[in-house]
Design a binder for this molecule. Structure first.
Ligand code: ZN
Length: 227
């Protein structure tokens, strides 16, 4: 057992005992997204924990373990502990883990430059309009193949924004892809909040700051694709 796995087992073991689980084991897994999977029975639990936290200090893993056990035990916990949130939302975390995420994510062109639309130029337009702040850690990319189910997607932790190449065409006005990018960048700007509401009233208020939001929404409806 490596030192990291050792700390992981100690963290989950201690948190489990408090909740009545005497036999607890945990190992790191190479998931694309940050997540924890578990199997459990009476007094027994087994965890697979995203290896993005493999180098996390013990207090971070303990915080994660306590949150997961309170979720399992159906105790109310609205967020991860602050020390864990600070660690997984740090600039250092994004810079180290984003390249790993990009190798695991399928269907990424890994470039913002499409055949017709440059998403980096779109980002600069949003900054010039005063709608966005410049964040050098954000990675914007087209999908490799057209995604017809979702037009935009983002990883808040990894600060990666993915736009479906269905919009990379001269047949659709640029304000549509700009708007979709803006939508995803609002999510990234609001930060990692796994327990929060994704599209609440405050989100829609921000979304409506985009001057052509109505026209863009109409285009997306016509294309029958979700944002
Ligand atoms: Zn959204």
């Amino acid at each position: 057992m490596t030192e990291g796995t050792d700390i992981l087992n100690r963290s989950f073991g201690n948190a489990g005992r408090i909740c009545g689980y005497d036999s607890v084991s945990a190992e790191f897994a190479e998931f694309k997204e940050f997540k924890v999977k578990w199997r459990r029975s009476c007094g027994w639990a087994e965890f697979e924990v995203s290896d993005y936290v493999k180098d996390a200090p013990e207090n971070v893993l303990t915080g994660l373990a306590e949150t997961i056990f309170s979720k399992i035990s159906r105790q109310v916990r609205n967020s991860y502990p602050q020390e864990m949130l600070s660690w997984i939302t740090s600039d250092d975390f994004v810079r180290k883990k984003q390249p790993i995420y990009l190798t695991r994510a399928k269907n990424l062109a890994r470039t913002p430059v499409g055949k017709h639309v440059d998403l980096d130029a779109a980002y600069r337009r949003l900054i010039d309009m005063g709608l966005m702040k410049d964040d050098k850690d954000i990675m914007i990319t087209w999908t490799k193949h057209v995604n017809t189910k979702r037009v935009g997607y983002c990883s808040l932790l990894m600060k990666v924004v993915i736009i479906s190449s269905i919009l990379d065409t001269p047949d659709i006005p640029t304000f549509v892809s700009d708007y979709v990018l803006y939508h995803e960048l609002i999510h990234v700007g609001r930060g990692f909040d796994p327990f929060g509401q994704r599209h609440g009233t405050d989100f829609h208020l921000l979304e409506r700051r985009y001057p052509m939001h109505k026209e863009a929404e109409e285009w997306l409806k016509r294309l029958q694709i979700c944002i």
